[in-house]
Design a protein around this ligand. Structure first.
Ligand code: FE2
Length: 388
């Protein structure tokens, strides 16, 4: 690595570590062994996972260093994404103590910092982005931890409020969608390649993400309420990261793809395909609600500038697409992380685009693709409608 680039990546890795370290400060010390989401590991796994991943990738694979704790290298190596009905069954008592994990983490960081200059640049990028993605996944996991087990964090400023928008649709003329990424463009994950141009017939798309107010009409007609909502004495509340609040009508509804599709059908519309999303997001600028600025959504109109561009295509909530997560032509997995994408090209995961309040700025590039199961309700994911 060149010196300036090396220094820059070193700083980025340290900033990403601060981001994930801070998340563990939210958890009351007696709650680190909780499992807020049944389909995911206990919180304690993530305390060891990010360091084990960095160690396995940069020290073991890249530099062939001898392992000082093979048990932890293995125990903390991989997250889980079980199909319905196959929930993890491990007991809290099966996991090691916090102090031993923190010792492992310190030693790992010291070893990596010492030899970072020798690690191929691409692997350092992968380690930084892997950690930043966990800064988001851990946030949505901790979102489900009961309030009395969390120590609240504030944000730099108060989130904006706005009026509820009228639903308007914007015409997108027929044209080429540019998906994928070019290898000359800097770091990207395997599933972002190769570049792919796809002709998209004309369609219209919601100028804004679907709001809680709009979705509430559907719930009143029998639609299924999102996991983030709770009804008390006939009124709906939003379960925010650190407190409940009256349902913010002007904010995007966070919902599953199944709920999004049901809603779209009820309105006589559909969800955009990945290619339609790219067409509509052609001149998108990021919402202010991204890169860890706020914990909860802001109004769908909070970033409105010009009237003829779809708002908040980037940030304030990932957007479900109707497209199955699948490789672009020319896909090749990376030897240093062969299972990053390939196991999820299984016909059970769908593409999400854009970004959420907890998505790092680095991951907001147009080619970045996120993917989840269509009924997974915990993520900061919303949607908008299209008429094709
Ligand atoms: Fe991971």
């Amino acid at each position: 690595m060149r010196n300036a680039q090396k220094h820059h990546l070193d700083l980025e890795l340290k900033a990403a570590r601060r981001q994930t370290d801070e998340l563990f400060q939210i958890v009351r010390p007696d709650s680190l062994y909780e499992r807020p989401i049944p389909e995911r590991h206990r919180i304690i796994f993530y305390l060891g996972h990010m360091e084990a991943f960095d160690w396995n990738l940069m020290a073991r694979r890249a530099l062939d260093e001898a392992s000082f704790h093979p048990t932890f290298d293995h125990l903390f190596a991989f997250g889980i994404d079980p199909p319905a009905g196959q929930l993890p069954q491990d007991a809290a008592s099966e996991w090691p103590g916090v102090e031993e994990i923190e010792r492992y983490n310190r030693r790992t960081r010291d070893a990596i910092d010492e030899s970072l200059a020798k690690v191929p640049e691409e692997m350092v990028h992968a380690a930084i982005e892997h950690r930043l993605m966990h800064a988001e996944t851990l946030a949505y996991i901790l979102h489900q931890l009961p309030y009395d087990r969390k120590l609240p964090r504030s944000t730099a400023d108060d989130p904006p409020r706005a009026s509820i928008p009228r639903t308007t649709f914007l015409e997108i003329p027929e044209g080429m969608a540019r998906l994928g990424n070019s290898p000359d463009n800097g770091f990207g994950w395997d599933n972002e390649y190769q570049p792919l141009a796809e002709n998209v017939p004309a369609f219209s798309i919601g100028r804004h993400k679907v709001t809680n107010a709009e979705y509430l009409e559907f719930v009143r007609q029998g639609g299924s309420p999102p996991l983030f909502w709770i009804e008390r004495a006939g009124a709906w509340f939003y379960r925010g990261m650190f407190a409940e609040m009256p349902l913010p009508m002007d904010c995007p509804v966070y919902a599953t793809k199944c709920q999004a599709e049901d809603y779209a059908r009820w309105r006589g519309a559909s969800l955009p395909s990945e290619a339609q999303f790219h067409r509509a997001a052609d001149s998108a600028v990021p919402s202010r609600n991204t890169d860890f600025r706020y914990w909860d959504p802001i109004p769908v109109t909070a970033d409105d500038t010009t009237e003829d561009i779809p708002a908040q295509m980037i940030g304030n909530g990932w957007e479900w697409t109707s497209s199955l997560f699948a490789p672009f032509p020319g896909f090749e997995s990376r030897a240093y992380y062969p299972n990053y994408s390939e196991p999820f090209f299984d016909g059970s995961h769908y593409v999400l685009k854009g970004g959420s309040p907890r998505t790092a700025a680095r991951l907001l590039r147009p080619s970045f693709r996120n993917w989840f199961r269509p009924s997974y309700p915990y993520i900061y994911a919303t949607f908008r409608l299209v008429h094709s």
